[in-house]
Design a protein around this ligand. Structure first.
Ligand SMILES: [Zn+2]
Length: 246
């Protein structure tokens, strides 16, 4: 819609996002094009809706249907989500490992709901990158890198080993090579001098079986200490505006 400069003639009451991580720039683009607020939702096919965003931006847990727990939270309260169903009488899932990282807090929300709130929802365990020195870097950090780089249609950042990383990039018209190189340099600084980053330009990304594009893939969670079910390193590092490529 952005590319074709299409806008709706009417404005829906809201847009509910689902399935993939709702990155801030996605939210911004959808709200701009649809002329309404975007409400995030977190859930899965197996257990249904787990949390839904209220008008004040809190992701409230669907506590009437589910017990949600955080497994082995780190210092910032982030750990893997475990979900137990209360209303699935045919085949209840008990402490079902969602494979996603988040923190959960009990705080009062201006909307008046008393339901617990999910915070720092970070997507799949395997969407995290580990620097050669063991620092955990949130996958979102890498998606921020290309916000301002023209002509990057799609990319995937892969961790292929303890010190090996590959940037796969699909170009669009108006590819800004110097800006792209600056972004890669920012990544190199973030990962440290021991990191070996390779850049590969691809004609077109193949769609995954689920249809979702994965921007960040850790291919060796085992080797890098990110194996699902184990606690994750404590130094969770999310993107900051200052780290962005300019
Ligand atoms: Zn609320």
């Amino acid at each position: 819609m952005q590319r074709e400069r299409v806008c709706l003639k009417h404005s829906p009451k809201g847009v509910i996002a689902s399935a993939e991580v709702l990155w801030p720039h996605y939210r911004e683009a959808i709200e701009h094009r649809f002329g309404c607020k975007v409400y995030n939702r977190y859930g899965s096919r197996e257990v249904g809706p787990v949390a839904m965003e209220c008008p004040h931006g809190s992701l409230h847990v669907n506590a009437a249907d589910l017990i949600v727990e955080i497994d082995e939270p780190d210092g910032s309260g982030v750990g893997e989500l475990l979900v137990t169903q209360l209303n699935n009488v045919a085949f209840p899932f008990i402490r079902y490992r969602m494979g996603d990282l988040a923190a959960m807090v009990r705080r009062s929300c201006p909307c008046g709901r008393q339901l617990p709130v999910l915070e720092k929802l970070m997507g799949r365990v395997s969407d995290h990158i580990v620097a050669p020195d063991g620092t955990l870097i949130h996958g979102e950090w890498f998606t921020h890198l290309f916000y301002d780089v023209e002509g990057v249609a799609l990319f995937t950042f892969r961790q292929t080993g303890r010190e090996g990383y590959v940037f796969e990039v699909q170009q669009d018209s108006g590819f800004d090579a110097p800006a792209f190189e600056r972004a890669v340099k920012v990544a190199q600084n973030k990962l440290g001098p021991a990191a070996k980053i390779e850049v590969k330009f691809v004609e077109r990304f193949e769609a995954s079986p689920s249809g979702k594009h994965r921007f960040v893939v850790n291919e060796c969670p085992d080797e890098t200490g990110l194996l699902a079910g184990k606690s994750v390193p404590t130094a969770v590092d999310s993107a900051t505006a200052g780290d962005r490529a300019r």
